[in-house]
Design a protein around this ligand. Structure first.
Ligand code: UGA
Length: 436
């Protein structure tokens, strides 16, 4: 099929090559010509495992092309909307200006029957509004139909999540729209991927509900971590034990510095805002608490760092291992690690950050922090070492060797995954979140 992908950020670039890999002929459209040029050379403007290989492969064969002209999307049968919906600057709600602009720019080119498929995470009710807008403004009128097909990919696993999703959700208004989407995803469906076919508002809600649930699960275990901190209990053991219950499950119960990134934080806030708009604010009051628990973890790490530094951070050197919001990504949007680094610097510390992939992005938003070329360099002369993003290479650090470069052997394991016994045996004061 001929497919266009509008917006080639994290979601769109991966979706474009994913569609090419599934055998479709793809044009990716973005308003940023620099991004388009980079993608056209077979490289992604961000780090995502395996993405460059697929971009090069499908770029060379011509299966995927990129352009900054919306007119180039005109011949496609299916148009995927993959633009961002960040938090508004003036409140909790989602900023829909990119979605609106994409539909405004695309609609005049839709002069033949086609399906416009929203993938962006939007407040419930947006799809109905956009469907009406398309019917009004596209030359094809109601033959330019709208569907919603939410995306569940995780950064760092985005290619696998796109090619072999754990479920597909089609929000449709007609059998025709469902059959078009079945054709788009034929290989995944043939492979047994579960499918839920529903209406537009339900599809929108599936996405935000999934992210709200994941955020709640993380904040739940982080609240238990707070209790563990005052009782001497071990939150990792609690998570392991309750996670054996199949009704609970172990995943997304890793206590630590909490969630960040371009999705969970802004999605729970947009959900709260939308619930308020539709008169159901009370239903999601608990999400305020989910957000608050999450942000408290950042404060707690800063407190522990100050304690270990002898009560004050003024003039102390702190090494921060990790800047990305999670490993296998160079994304620093709402990164808990960088948030802590910035906080400690404001409290007078000299902060040196090392991240295997995210240094350039981190430097752009926090230019005043020092960025080291390796974990060892970041730790040279440090009074406290903070492990804040669980890149595998940090788990391989030999604590005895690292001890030779620091000023004092203090480590805070913000992700609860270093070997506490090994660090203590090497003479370190090891502190973590929710573990004795
Ligand atoms: C999240 C969802 O997991 C995806 O399903 C969804 O498609 C995506 O948002 C989106 O809306 O586009 P992502 O933001 O890539 O994906 O990251 P996650 O893997 O969900 O991690 C989010 C944050 O939670 C990270 O900062 C991670 O370190 C933290 N986390 C995760 C924990 O603190 N504990 C855990 O047990 C798991």
């Amino acid at each position: 099929m001929r497919v266009s992908v509008i917006g080639t950020g994290y979601l769109g670039a991966v979706h474009a090559v994913g569609m090419a890999e599934l055998g479709h002929s793809v044009i990716g459209i973005d308003v940023d010509p620099t991004k388009v040029d980079t993608l056209a050379t077979g490289r992604a403007p961000f780090f995502e495992p395996d993405l460059d290989d697929l971009l090069a492969k499908h770029g060379e064969s011509g299966a995927v092309r990129f352009s900054d002209a919306f007119g180039d999307a005109a011949g496609a049968d299916v148009h995927f909307l993959c633009v961002g919906t960040p938090q508004r600057r003036d409140g909790l709600a989602a900023d829909l200006s990119y979605v609106d602009a994409a539909v405004d720019a695309l609609a005049p080119h839709l002069d033949r029957p086609c399906l416009v498929v929203g993938k962006s995470t939007v407040p419930v009710g947006t799809a109905r509004r956009l469907a009406a807008q398309l019917a009004r403004t596209a030359p094809a009128g109601t033959a330019a139909e709208l569907a919603w097909n939410p995306e569940f990919l995780r950064e760092g696993h985005a290619i696998a999540d796109t090619l072999t999703p754990d479920r597909l959700v089609f929000g449709v208004d007609s059998d025709h729209a469902e059959s078009v989407l079945r054709e788009v995803y034929a290989s995944a469906l043939d492979g047994g991927t579960p499918l839920v076919v529903t209406d537009l508002p339900t599809a929108e809600l599936v996405k935000v509900s999934a992210n709200a649930f994941l955020a709640t699960k993380i904040s739940f275990i982080n609240a238990i971590a707070e209790i563990c901190e005052t009782t001497g209990a071990d939150v990792v053991k609690v998570a392991d034990a309750i996670g054996h219950d199949p009704r609970i499950g172990r995943s997304f119960l890793d206590a630590g510095l909490g969630f960040g990134g371009g999705c969970l934080p802004k999605d729970i806030r947009a959900f709260i805002a939308r619930a308020g708009e539709i008169g159901a604010g009370q239903s999601l009051l608990f999400l305020h608490e989910v957000d608050a628990i999450n942000l408290r973890r950042r404060e707690r790490v800063a407190e522990i760092a100050a304690e270990l530094a002898g009560g004050t951070l003024i003039g102390r050197k702190v090494a921060v291992l990790g800047a990305a919001f999670k490993p296998h990504s160079d994304d620093v949007r709402d990164s808990p690690a960088l948030n802590v680094a910035g906080r400690l610097q404001l409290q007078g510390a000299h902060v040196a950050v090392y991240d295997p992939r995210a240094t350039d992005n981190a430097r752009r938003i926090f230019p005043t922090l020092e960025y080291a070329p390796s974990a060892y360099e970041a730790c040279r002369g440090a009074h406290v070492v903070l492990h804040l993003t669980e890149w595998p290479e940090f788990g391989e650090i030999d604590p005895s060797e690292l001890a030779t470069v620091v000023d004092q052997r203090n480590v805070v394991d913000g992700r609860n995954c270093l070997d506490a016994d090994a660090w203590r045996a090497a003479g370190w004061t090891y502190r973590s979140l929710g573990r004795p």
